[in-house]
Design a protein around this ligand. Structure first.
Ligand code: MOS
Length: 726
């Protein structure tokens, strides 16, 4: 790969402050909006007095459900619909729900005036917990519940059966950059600068909600201060900013505060899971049953098939998975890095560990014995799968053989030492994407697509890819993204962007080279005249004969001679049908080895070592890919030990600050050893597989398994905090 170690191409813009995030946008006449949020979790708004707020200094408008223009619902997308539009009526469905929005000349005036809006409620008793019997349960929300084989017969044939109830806590996405929107109208045309992971989704949603033509809506997100899933959907604040801008006829900026982030942009929902696994004495699995209930907002949706991971992880003939969602008076959950997998893998991989102890076998051996050589769900061969190498390489680097199996048998002074292992088979899929590539007379290339780079390295790896395909130095290629006027791109999420966008860029660049070849083939003035397909190649900014690289010419020369300013080509990626492919589109695989120390007197848990071995297909850039895995590991350590969004009995999130909601900081994270194994995947043109989420999954279970090895205590509830360890 060209420029495998290329430093992030946008780094100079970021470190010099020239990278413009939405919050850096300052348009003439811009005013500011602040949301007033409900202080009860359920009931009705009975009184709304906006007189004092409306009369406060600088205030231009106060919108409530009484004067809010009627908005239509947003469209359906491949990740579901966006949340219901705000300020529809007097009903309150969660604590923190918008009940008014105040627009004022300055952010300070807006915030002060927001505090003057008087709201009275007729509160109702909120339903707040996933196991509350009053909660409405939705069965099999996505039709993904899975049954194969005869599960009861499988358990009857088992020599060892383990079962347990596992739980995971609510976790909140905390991108470093708080999210928000700058919106301005020009007649029916709307421009929005937004912290989104998916500009086209924002565009189509705004067009539908406001009933304006999509072509007139432009969404800009050239830089986004992190996402983790929080920027996949179009949350109420985006619509409120656009509605406020139309109301006052001025550009409006709306920035969420950190506490608002906890109730405004989704979160990983908590879950209760029941898992049962049976195996013969030789370790071969005979049956898996995995059920879950996750929390869900009252009128929202969220794709969170928690137990689904148990269908595809192991070669087991009899498997049953079942997911339900409980409607609660909570801010709507949404995707948070590795949605569903992060929760489900915790139960599955903890239970596999428990099973290994029941069998008296090494947990690594149990996993190897049940390795899925083909996709267990479709029965088709994998497009690639190097999980076996992940195990082997991880065990070697980690020194797994040094582990003495007995819990509590390894010590470091008075602290117990634990070694834990967990595996992950991350689902793979492909989505549609488009890109456009052009080369100008100066021989430099411009490639673009309406994708985003949420810190993942999209700018960099697409620059490399285009450079390689066009035979240019990466310094001669500019890749641009983050503008909905560019060709369609899917969300930067679900570990799917690099595959889809890579395919589209691949197709655009190959077509562009073809266009140049078509120009010179019949051109007597070209040294390449008459060269057939397969006889020419690109390199060094030229097209040349394969047989004689000295015979060729630069892109620019061809353009000049043909009186062209540039040549451009469009490329698209159409998701292949797995039936047509004849193989199962594999996602990434990984093996996570974790060493912990547990202080038996203080209950202090420390992760001291992580080896994360990943099969991510072809790795385009070792640095940005490894950075994804390290970042995922940090998120995994947070999920394992620290992160828990706490809701008090009134439905208020009680720890909505960085002081109270604990995320892993440097002192919690050891050096992380990241290794990639495996080779190019067969299902994508570029051979890549997504690595955005696989780094997180499995860390929690590996930590939990290491805690069991250290202490003999099987913790089934996340996070593993001191009170649970003592
Ligand atoms: Mo992610 S939760 O796919 O942004």
């Amino acid at each position: 790969m060209v420029g495998e170690g290329l430093v992030r191409v946008e780094a100079p813009l970021k470190v010099t402050g020239r990278a413009r995030y939405f919050n850096d946008v300052d348009v003439p006449g811009m005013v500011h909006a602040v949301v007033v949020r409900s202080t009860v979790a359920a009931g009705r708004v009975t009184r709304l007095d906006t007189a004092r707020a409306g009369a406060a200094s600088g205030v231009l408008a106060v919108l409530t459900h009484r004067n809010m223009p009627r908005l239509a619902a947003g469209p359906m997308t491949i990740i579901g619909a966006s949340p219901p539009v705000p300020l529809r009526d007097d009903r309150v469905l969660y604590h923190g729900q918008p009940v008014a929005v105040v627009v004022a000349a300055s952010a300070e005036e807006a915030r002060y005036a927001a505090s003057l809006v008087e709201v009275g409620y007729a509160p109702a008793e909120p339903v707040l917990h996933v196991d509350d019997p009053r909660a409405e349960l939705i069965d099999d929300p996505w039709g993904l519940d899975h049954v194969r084989g005869d599960v009861e017969a499988g358990f009857a044939a088992a020599d060892v059966v383990v079962e347990g109830r596992f739980t995971t806590a609510d976790n909140t996405n905390n991108p470093l950059g708080p999210m928000g929107t700058v919106a301005y109208w020009n007649g029916e045309a709307l421009t929005v600068h937004d912290a989104t992971q998916w500009p086209h989704n924002v565009r189509s949603t705004l067009a539908a909600v406001f009933g304006v033509p999509e072509a007139g809506v432009r969404v800009l997100a050239p830089f986004v201060g992190g996402g983790f899933g929080a920027g996949l959907r179009v949350w109420p604040h985006v619509l409120l900013a656009a509605a406020a801008a139309r109301e006052v006829g001025l550009p409006v900026k709306l920035v969420l505060s950190r506490p608002e982030m906890f109730s405004s942009v989704g979160h990983r929902p908590d879950s209760v899971q029941w898992i049962r696994i049976g195996a013969r004495g030789d370790g071969v699995l005979t049956a898996i049953s995995h059920e879950s209930v996750s929390s869900l907002g009252m009128e929202d949706e969220d794709f969170e098939p928690v137990s689904r991971c148990s269908a595809g992880a192991y070669a087991c003939g009899s498997v049953r998975t079942r997911d339900r969602q409980a409607r609660l008076h909570i801010p709507g959950p949404g995707s948070m890095r590795a949605p569903a997998e992060a929760q489900g893998n915790w139960a599955l991989e903890s239970a596999i560990d428990e099973l290994a102890y029941g069998l008296g076998m090494d947990p690594l051996e149990v996993r190897l014995r049940n390795l899925a050589e083909v996709d267990p769900v479709s029965g088709m061969p994998w497009s690639s799968n190097a999980l076996r190498e992940c195990y082997a390489e991880g065990a070697r680097r980690f020194g797994w053989a040094r582990r003495s199996p007995e819990p509590g048998s390894m010590r470091d002074g008075r602290r117990f030492v634990g070694y834990g292992l967990a595996a992950v088979s991350y689902p793979g899929y492909q989505v549609a994407c488009q890109a456009r590539a052009s080369v100008g007379r100066d021989g430099s290339a411009f490639v673009r697509s309406a994708a985003t780079d949420i810190g993942t390295g999209t700018y960099t790896v697409m620059t490399q890819l285009a450079a390689g395909l066009l035979g240019l130095d990466p310094g001669r290629v500019r890749f641009d993204l983050g503008d909905s006027d560019m060709p369609y791109a899917p969300q930067a999420g679900g570990s799917g962007l690099t595959g889809a966008l890579g395919n589209a860029v691949h197709s655009a660049c190959l077509r562009l080279v073809q266009e140049f070849c078509d120009l010179v083939r019949d051109d007597p003035a070209s040294p390449l005249c008459g060269a057939g397909p397969g006889e020419v190649a690109v390199g060094g900014g030229r097209i040349h004969l394969v047989a004689d690289p000295s015979r060729g010419e630069a892109f620019g020369e061809i353009l000049v001679r043909h009186d062209l300013v540039e040549l451009a080509a469009d490329g698209r990626s159409v998701p292949p049908d797995s039936g047509e492919l004849g193989m199962a589109c594999a996602g990434a695989f990984g093996a996570k080895f974790v060493e912990v120390r547990v202080d038996p007197e203080l209950g202090l848990l420390r992760v001291v070592r992580v080896v994360s071995v990943i099969d991510g297909g072809r790795i385009l850039n070792a640095e940005t890919a490894a950075s994804q895995i390290v970042g995922g590991t940090v998120g995994g350590i947070g999920q394992a030990m620290l992160e828990e969004t706490v809701t008090d009995p009134t439905g208020r999130i009680a720890n909505a600050t960085f002081g109270d909601y604990l995320i892993a900081v440097n002192a919690d994270v050891p050096d992380v050893d990241v290794v990639f194994v495996g080779g190019p995947d067969r299902a994508t043109a570029t051979g890549t597989k997504g690595v955005g989420e696989v780094g997180l999954v499995g860390i929690a279970a590996a930590v939990g398994n290491a805690v069991f090895h250290a202490t003999g205590r099987r913790i089934r509830d996340l996070p593993i905090t001191i009170d649970r360890l003592l």
